[in-house]
Design a protein around this ligand. Sequence first.
Ligand code: G1P
Ligand code: ZN
Length: 542
Amino acid sequence: MIRSIPSTPYAGQKPGTSGLRKKVREFAQANYAENFIQAVIDVVAPAPGATLVIGGDGRYHNRTVIQAAIRIAIANGYGRVLVGQGGILSTPAASHVIRSYGASGALVLSASHNPGGPDEDFGIKYNIANGGPAPEAVTEAIYARTLTIDRWLTVDAPDIDLDRLGDTPVGAGVVSVIDPVADYADLMATLFDFAAIRAAVAAGFTATFDAMHAVTGPYAVEIFERRLGFAAGTVKNRVPLEDFGGHHPDPNRVHAKALFDTMYADDAPDFGAASDGDGDRNLIVGRGCYVTPSDSLAMLAANLHLAPGYAGGVKGIARSMPTSAAADRVAAALGIPAFETPTGWKFFGNLLDAGRITICGEESAGTSSDHVREKDGVWAVLAWLNILAVRGISVAALAREHWATYGRTYYARHDYEALPTEAAAALIADLTARLPALPGTAFGPLHVDLADSFCYVDPVDGATSANQGLRVLFAGGSRIVFRLSGTGTEGATLRVYLERYEPADGALDQDTDAMLAELIAAAEAIAGIARHTGRTQPSVIT
Ligand code: G1P
Ligand code: ZN
């Protein structure tokens, strides 16, 4: 029996860079999650009998929302709901499940790298039939719907046993609990040279992977330990926990410090990596050698043809605007197009669907290819392992060789978190007003060439996205970008992206902090960060 539950709108259910992300206590309010899920379904209006995928990163509140979402989906006429066992599906695996089962879309329940637990974060994102995040037109329509919603639909049905594989009839449909790992691991085996990696492991190549008690644990154990033969225990923090063991499942220098310590120790393994809460981000560290995500994108693009799934070469490369221009230099050398998109994975979807690019990435530790429509942490790790195994080279040697060919981009992102919203908005408004006067001025040795507010026109469908961050470009290829985060859940977060280019015959082996000092000073002079926010230091540097 389908029941219609009367409801009234909640304010502020506006999907950000990656869906609706709020504190658990907000999501746990009566009708809150239900309203949002119903708004999604009202907007996407699935064909009767359509298939919906549901899965999450296993964080606190995941199972509760999944049970509600199953009933709402069936009540709204979905014929089949595919759920990952235990409520688990990494974000890239969910993307693959949509594509391989011909589903109409997915509800991905995650707050990515944000902490989990009763007092922490939760999130819901809708992905469309191509496997990627819903484009802006869809998320805007969902938001509009949340403002007028007055009911949601459900069926009377008991909770599904999410831990047992198999089909259960629910109302007029069926719920299938599927193995979250198997299909994904099989896909990886078609893309990468598992035999070459296995041979390298047999010859003594060692690695460590930190799953951060998040979703990639089961994927990493199956792929790295079972299929590739890495030693038992290679995968650390392998059991997904609802609160990620009390840590932020964010693979950076702060939250993956243990991995950095391991990789900078005398007895470091050859390769270190980590992924985030929902498995879409990656961190790559060689022995004593951290690879910035911007560099990782460029280095993978330059070598990806060594993986069997990409033997035909790379068709084009896309990067988000704040990501360094390192990948552009590889594209130029390969004679293929380079695209600069706004922050957020959804902007890569059209380029991937149109076959204009093979690989894409963001400075925030996201890298992926046309195999799915999400960033993919385990994919990036396997791409590195494949390249290192085939070339028989260390991470540090590959990086050195890359810089000596294309030049090096020193890079850092400074985040000022939990700022008063008005102060952050005032900084951006003030700087936006002053942008036109910046070209031609100098900050120390840095001469401003161009300053603008980034506006993207999608080359495939012509959709325009304005106000996507403020760019200040200096003569010689260095750059500063200022933008406000679209994923924070507390106040506002200002992100300042600093990038210094050194040509191939320049200073390639310097300390990043020292190389960025002039840019850091220029950022303060240009934006008045301390004046607007009272902060003299960023909260996090990545
Ligand atoms: C952040 C990252 C962005 C990424 C997003 C989702 O968004 O900067 O690259 O796509 O998380 O993982 P932001 O908080 O900057 O809006
Ligand atoms: Zn994530």
